[in-house]
Design a protein around this ligand. Sequence first.
Ligand SMILES: NC(=O)c1ccc[n+]([C@@H]2O[C@H](COP(=O)([O-])OP(=O)(O)OC[C@H]3O[C@@H](n4cnc5c(N)ncnc54)[C@H](OP(=O)(O)O)[C@@H]3O)[C@@H](O)[C@H]2O)c1
Length: 285
Amino acid sequence: MKTIQLNTGAQMPMLGLGVFRISDKKQCRQAVLHAIRTGYRLIDTATAYTNEDAVGDAVRQAIDEGLCTREELFITSKVWVTDMKNYDTTRRAVEKSLKTSGLEYFDLYLEHQAMNDYFAAWRGLEGAYKDGQVRAIGVSNFYPHALANLCECVEIRPAVDQIEIHPFFIQREALVNMKRYGVIPEAWAPIGGGRYSPFKNEILQRIAEAHGKTVAQVMLRWNLDRGVVVIPKAARLEHIEENFNVWDFTLTPDENKEIETLDLGLGGQRTKHFDPDFVRMCLGK
Ligand SMILES: NC(=O)c1ccc[n+]([C@@H]2O[C@H](COP(=O)([O-])OP(=O)(O)OC[C@H]3O[C@@H](n4cnc5c(N)ncnc54)[C@H](OP(=O)(O)O)[C@@H]3O)[C@@H](O)[C@H]2O)c1
């Protein structure tokens, strides 16, 4: 598995399984276990996904079956915004995630959104990092201005910023900004998250056909080649396997350029970060 170095010195796998919307515990456990059997070592969950327990169960089963050691795995979770009120609520949220998952530590723990008191919450995450409860800390959905502001003002800079990135929202400026601060970009919805109709797209179909690969594999490889970590969600076992099989072909510079012509310059079809009502909804108002 190809890895990328975080600002902590740790290596993060570049391809993982996301488990958003796999709320059925049995299905989540099965998906994570199948992914680990397939060779995945990175799993992305969150408090808000309500499946940290199923992820923890699958991790323990994988270790019991001798598929891998805990050290070989890279497990990410996230604090939800309603717990990001202050230092103490954030520390308690990390402790609750550890208890729910049954894990001794997370490899990466993120602020899920740039909402609530995210500076106070960041100090909470810094505390959890210093105490060894989490091995790296980062953010998610921090757009360039918010990420720059955080990086300029905190003691420990985020290791990762997990944002929406796919060929229809290529986020070029966000990547330039992350590079400046040594923050690793991680793509959520790397295959469009069920939106943008990528599987009917003529450009993606043609490029996939030319390599004997699928549209999903082309989308993942395009992000990987830009140095972006990808965490496609797949509940279907055949999708889990397909998404892992992305290392045996190379996109040409012309193909990469053509893929980037699909950029619409904006995402947020579901997650409307710039909509005040979305912010109020996340905060439970
Ligand atoms: N930080 C955040 O705010 C945030 C937001 C959204 C997501 N995320 C993270 O990012 C992960 C991925 O994002 P996402 O779930 O929104 O979108 P995504 O991974 O781009 O798309 C998931 C959808 O694509 C389908 N799919 C997967 N592999 C496929 C393949 N090879 N061919 C055809 N369809 C395929 C899945 O179907 P099946 O499930 O039926 O296999 C599912 O419907 C999440 O699970 C989560 O961990 C984070």
